[in-house]
Design a binder for this molecule. Structure first.
Ligand code: UDX
Ligand code: ADP
Length: 459
């Protein structure tokens, strides 16, 4: 079949996979190829057992796979035939050298840029999809257009705003799509080409076009603002616990102010995920680089507050459990960084598990979707102190405490009387997500400690 346009996405991960599946399903006349160097990932995308868990994803993939959606490990051939190339490779925080712990590690991204240059024999539009430091598109443009005599590359930025667990809904019905491009005739034409893809299903007024740097910076800023709300409410949660105020009542009261709004005000054990911390640290690094240390310190505090919240949670557990947890069995309900995903990148549960094991507790990890990732994340710790258990009832058997790490719906619906009966006494319940009914659990016999709300102790 002849396709009107050929789109390639390099990187078949949490961003590339779902985004391309939606583009393919909405644009049947466009050929969409997703390429990745990870052969297992590519093979899994073509089975019923997709490499990532995302509600609704399987159905979208099924509408297009084999029709106009294809997966391949042959990145070079896919580059050669593409008109538009989305780059969605991983850009983790650097763990070495200059900017370690803050700047993005751009090695995968740069390799990709060079490969695109080598394999291209016709003009291409290259679209940044990975979250990258501001001005990366400019660097990409320089790499691509160096030595390119006959081929021209237009580099655009099209940041992704999908949240895991709701990725398909976010893609189908986005608040906005942002496309940044050079303010030249060529650049504007390239932007229009990408706009025309999204315009298949997104109303025009929700497709924003800006210059490249505004687009790149908007992504970092959106995530910094969202994360800041969580750190702000978590800081107030700490004060609520000291004063007897209830953080949910406070969040509700302030959220009714239209200028503040009700969303992203759930106090929790802290934010996780691949984006928030990484993007803020990117912003911090950028501010330092441009000689703005006070601005950098302002944003860095959002990340420090998040780390403080996790540590405070563990300290509270230890204090309540008579100041020692050595040899005590503690069941962590949930390991994913949020519900409806198997992703565990930067999950607060990982930090909690590590701190508990350092205190020589025995940690039992349970999660409906994230146990494989948990095993990998905790592989460096003494395995005799960790049990992985898919069944939450079994995970709680003989435990001194249960701690809710992820707000899976499943954990709201468990039979807590049965759980209480199988636990050591006194039985403790630490609700790191504020999803359980404190009074009902107390009546069963638990001592219950939520976040930022009065707990109920039987001791
Ligand atoms: C985020 C942004 O929402 C998305 O727009 C961007 O493209 C990628 O980063 P994601 O990391 O998938 O998405 O999840 P999100 O729903 O934002 O949650 C992030 C973390 O904050 C989770 O650990 C979540 O549990 C936590 N959170 C969220 C809270 O603790 N309280 C809240 O009120 C909201
Ligand atoms: P994200 O959450 O940004 O989508 P992931 O880690 O889930 O990040 O996905 C990034 C994908 O990019 C991985 O599957 C990885 O194998 C792939 N990748 C990294 N470098 C390259 C490369 N040079 N060519 C093709 N794919 C790559």
């Amino acid at each position: 079949m002849e396709f009107a346009k050929k789109v390639l996405c390099i990187g078949a991960g949490y961003v590339g996979g779902p985004t391309m599946a939606v583009i393919a399903s909405k644009c049947p006349e466009v050929k969409v190829v997703v390429a990745d160097i990870n052969a297992k990932r590519i093979a899994d995308w073509q089975t019923d057992n997709l490499p990532i868990y995302e509600p609704g994803l399987e159905a979208v993939v099924k509408t297009a796979i084999g029709r106009n959606l294809f997966f391949t490990t042959d990145v070079s051939s896919a580059i050669a035939e593409a008109d538009i190339i989305f780059v969605s490779v991983n850009t983790p925080t650097k763990t070495f050298g200059i900017g370690a712990g803050k700047a993005s590690d751009l090695q995968y991204w740069e390799k990709t840029a060079r490969q695109i240059r080598e394999c291209s024999h016709s003009d291409k539009i290259v679209v940044e999809k990975s979250t990258l430091p501001v001005r990366t598109a400019e660097a990409m443009e320089r790499i691509l257009n160096a030595n390119a005599e006959h081929v021209h590359f237009d580099v655009l930025s099209n940041p992704e705003f999908l949240a895991e667990g709701t990725a398909i809904q976010d893609l189908l019905n986005p608040d906005r799509v942002l496309i940044g491009g050079p303010e030249t005739a060529r650049g504007r034409a390239a932007v229009e080409d990408v706009v025309s893809l999204y315009a298949h299903w997104v109303p025009r007024e929700r497709i924003l076009t800006t210059n490249v740097w505004s687009s790149e910076l908007s992504k970092l800023t959106a995530n910094a603002f969202l994360a800041q709300r969580i750190s702000s409410i978590n800081s107030i949660a700490a004060l609520c616990e000291e004063t007897g105020a209830n953080v949910e009542e406070v969040a509700h009261a302030i959220g009714m102010d239209k200028r503040i709004g009700p969303k992203f005000l759930h106090a929790s054990i802290g934010f996780g995920g691949s984006c928030f911390q990484k993007d803020i640290l990117n912003l911090v690094y950028l501010c330092e680089h441009f000689g703005l240390p006070d601005v950098a310190a302002y944003w860095e505090q959002v990340v420090s507050m998040n780390a403080h919240q996790r540590t405070r949670f563990v300290s509270n557990m230890i204090a309540k459990m008579f100041n020692t947890i050595v040899g005590k069995r503690i069941a962590l309900f949930g390991f994913a960084f949020k519900a409806d995903t198997g992703d565990t990148r930067e999950t607060p549960a990982l930090y909690v598990a590590r701190e508990l094991i350092e205190e020589r507790a025995h940690v039992v990890v349970t999660d409906p979707k994230a146990l494989d990732n948990a095993r990998r994340d905790l592989a460096d710790l003494p395995q005799d102190l960790i049990t992985y258990e898919p069944d939450p009832y079994k995970a709680a058997e003989g435990a001194h405490a249960v701690a809710i790490m992820t707000e899976w719906k499943l954990y709201k619906e468990l039979d807590y009387s049965r759980i209480y009966a199988s636990m050591e006494k006194p039985a403790f319940l630490f609700d790191g997500r504020n999803i359980l009914d404190v009074d009902a659990l107390y009546d069963i016999g638990f001592s219950v400690y939520p976040i930022g709300r009065p707990g109920k102790s039987r001791l």
